[in-house]
Design a protein around this ligand. Structure first.
Ligand code: 4AD
Ligand code: MG
Length: 460
């Protein structure tokens, strides 16, 4: 099948040739004797300009075809007199495959993001969402490429798990709907909180299983869906999101940050190079500072400060925060954004958080108060990466599990990793949607997920 992408990228090859192509009307306008159609077939962010005139027997019908009608067009590729494109398709026949109903919801005017969320099944046809989901796909590819090129093994960690990887209790339970055995009253259903007799959850993170593989393969990464039952109705939280989690044996916290910084710069450069039109579109219509900001990220060295230093900077700023800061509190988005947007104006790693506000598996530092954690904060988004050096000492880890009120028996296999050839190892989690937001300039997580699941919404 000949595509718009193929023609636009090789226009000299098709010049003066007669071709046949199928696609949808992205836009159209007509005057008395001729008309223009912007034709898209989805293969390219750009459309193909089609010109037709009243020599076509159905001329007067074509100009009435609604947006998004599907067409089959035959014609000659000719040089375009217009400045916008080097070539255009001079139609010799235009045949309608399916004319869209008059109530097609995407009309020529601008629609709000809120409205477009209610038609998630159609919004991929708009320029904005077409660009977002093309770039989302490209970022996924760039991430795989980064790790595969460096010898990391991709490990598929389970979605249904019996352990709480973050120890935060924010999990969706897996339940069985038993309709077979029970005579049900009207509207009643029988839920069993089990997975073949065992209580299980949807995973919050693939980290623990990735650690098992890092201790067998050295460098590994996961890239899959994760689920959080936290009741956070914000532009940055989803109940279902994707996470990239590299895990590396013989790697400490400093080297862990080196990898995070190099990876983020790599994917930004990859997207800037391979999605030029989409990135220019975002810069023009979504965020006018996007390209200069990303350029600054690629060419700057990320700042690295400790949590204790961060608290001091926030206190010294005398800024009136909604949540006051002092040593011991968890950083809120407003604090994170203040640090990265107002103080440093570039990405900032914050390390060595108080152990009481971080997960059980992080290496306890010598001060007895902090752990070898790192969060990467970026302008516009806040926390984009969370990672740490893992506690590799068996006894210390056991104590941390108990201190967190968790059951060591449930983590037997995880403790085994500290019994048999334990080594210093580290890793991090990059929130995939937060990375997409950061790179596209989109400001709501609901607008970078094809069919978002967030607090109070799972309509599709
Ligand atoms: O900081 P988090 O909770 O860290 C972990 O899950 C570790 N197990 C990662 C690791 O060390 N392997 O989550 C990591 C990242 C966050 O920085 C954020 O970008 C993203 O995942 N994230 C969310 N993204 C969207 N919606 C949510 N509800 C998110 N929760 C975390
Ligand atoms: Mg975190």
């Amino acid at each position: 099948r000949l595509t718009v992408k193929e023609i636009l990228e090789n226009n000299e090859k098709y010049l003066n040739k007669v071709i046949e192509i199928e696609g949808w009307i992205k836009n159209s306008r007509a005057s008395k004797n001729y008309g223009f159609i912007e034709l898209t077939d989805g293969s390219s962010f750009e459309s193909l300009q089609v010109v037709y005139d009243d020599k076509l027997p159905n001329f007067s019908e074509i100009e009435k075809y609604t947006l998004s009608s599907s067409l089959k067009i035959e014609g000659e590729i000719v040089e375009s007199p217009g400045a916008k494109q080097p070539i255009e398709l001079q139609a010799q026949s235009i045949e309608a495959i399916c004319i869209s109903d008059k109530d097609y919801p995407l009309q020529k005017k601008r629609h709000t993001m809120e409205y477009l969320r209610t038609i998630a099944h159609l919004r991929g046809r708009t320029n904005t969402f077409n660009a977002v989901f093309r770039v989302r796909s490209l970022i996924a590819f760039a991430i795989h490429k980064y790790f595969q090129d460096r010898g990391f093994v991709y490990v598929h960690t389970p979605i249904i798990t019996a352990s709480d990887a973050e120890g935060a209790g924010e999990m969706f339970n897996v339940t069985t709907l038993d309709l077979k055995n029970v005579p049900l009253e009207d509207g009643e259903v029988d839920y069993k909180k089990d997975f073949f007799g065992k209580e299980t959850n949807l995973t919050v993170s693939g980290q623990l299983e990735a650690e098992a593989f890092a201790l067998a393969f050295g460098d590994v990464y996961t890239f899959g869906p994760t689920f959080r039952a936290e009741n956070s109705n914000t532009p940055r939280h989803a109940a279902e999101f994707w996470m990239i989690e590299p895990e590396m044996a013989f790697v400490d916290l400093e080297e862990n940050m080196d990898v995070a910084e190099e990876m983020l710069k790599y994917i930004i450069e990859y997207v800037l190079e391979n999605a030029k039109y989409e990135m220019e579109f975002f810069n023009k219509f979504i965020d006018k500072e996007l390209l200069s900001r990303l350029d600054n990220v690629v060419n700057s060295e990320f700042a690295r400060i400790t949590y204790t230093e961060a608290i001091k900077l926030l206190e010294d700023s005398k800024h009136d925060f909604k949540y006051p800061v002092h040593w011991g509190v968890d950083l809120q988005t407003e604090h994170e954004r203040y640090i990265t947007e107002q103080i440093f104006k570039k990405p900032v790693f914050v390390t060595d958080y108080p152990k009481d506000i971080k997960a059980f598996y992080m290496t306890e530092n010598e001060d007895g108060k902090t752990v070898a954690a790192m969060d990467l904060l970026v302008p516009g988004v806040g926390e984009i990466i969370g990672g740490s050096q893992r506690e590799h000492r068996l006894e210390v880890l056991k104590d941390r599990i108990l201190a967190n009120g968790m059951e060591p028996e449930s983590y037997d296999w995880y403790l085994d990793l500290r019994k048999y050839g334990s080594v210093v190892h580290s890793g991090f989690g990059l929130g995939f949607e937060r990375a997409v937001m950061y790179i596209t300039g989109m400001s709501n997580i609901r607008d970078v997920i094809p069919f978002p699941r967030t607090v109070g919404s799972a309509e599709f």
